[in-house]
Write a protein that binds this ligand. Structure first.
Ligand SMILES: O=C(CO)[C@H](O)[C@H](O)COP(=O)(O)O
Length: 229
């Protein structure tokens, strides 16, 4: 009898990164997210780069990786629509609603996702949750509004902290800051996203409900599970 093989989280990411190639439309430009799972997708995309026009990228990091592998990167303003946007998530629920922004790229991710007809989320099975809220919610904010946004989250039971890197506030690709909010219960993702989006100084909230996933390729011990929403 053969013992079951246990795949590492890294191997599960590779698996879903490769599986996502199935959703890439030949001859077109593909929307590309950010993160360690997307890096696996970019590596896989490089193997079929001659069959696509290029990519619209959601971060400086993904742009650098795409270009290093010889994949042309287009500005989002040059593109009217994309067939597909492929990205990871920090959490995804059974309806395709997600929390994103662990890699601080949430604003550009939402912008590129909004150009796409289909959002394909690639994730290992640890990301599938019954309800959003365990992962600290990333929110990109204009620095001068940070303190009042922290107070607004406190009023709804959340503890917001400024994300730092090397002892300094992290600065996003857009020159702004990130708050990570713990202790929230996000029972109604659509309403929550709309509410927080209206607060002055919020650039982007990391709940992706209006730009939810249509498909999730989930890496599991049994292989890639496809969830349709
Ligand atoms: O939202 C993101 C970056 O802003 C990523 O998609 C998210 O953090 C998941 O990353 P990883 O694939 O490394 O787990």
């Amino acid at each position: 009898m053969t013992a079951p093989t246990t795949l590492s989280q890294d191997e599960l990411k590779t698996l879903v990164g490769q599986a996502a190639l199935h959703y890439v439309v030949p001859g077109e430009i593909v929307g590309v997210g950010t993160g360690s799972t997307v890096n696996k997708f970019i590596d896989a995309l490089a193997t079929i780069k001659d069959s696509i026009r290029g990519a619209v990228s959601s971060s400086e990091a993904s742009t650098a990786r795409l270009q290093a592998l010889g994949i042309p990167v287009f500005d989002a303003n040059e593109v009217e629509r994309l067939s597909v946007y492929i990205d990871g998530a920090d959490e995804i629920d059974g309806a395709g609603y997600m929390v994103k922004g662990g890699g601080a790229a949430l604003t550009r991710e939402k912008i590129v996702a909004a150009l796409a007809e289909r959002f394909v989320c690639i994730a290992d099975e640890s990301k599938l949750v019954p309800a959003l809220g365990a992962f600290p919610l990333p929110v990109e904010v204009i620095p001068m509004a940070a303190a009042q946004i922290v107070r607004r989250f406190a009023a709804m039971g959340g503890q917001a902290t400024l994300r730092c890197k090397d002892g300094q506030p992290l600065v996003t690709d857009n020159g702004q800051h990130i708050l990570d909010v713990r202790g929230l219960s996000i029972a109604e993702p659509l309403a929550f996203e709309s509410q927080v989006n209206q607060w002055p100084g919020v650039v982007t909230v990391g709940v992706f409900a209006h730009q939810k996933a249509h498909v999730c390729l989930l890496g599991t011990a049994q292989g890639v599970r496809t969830l349709q929403f």
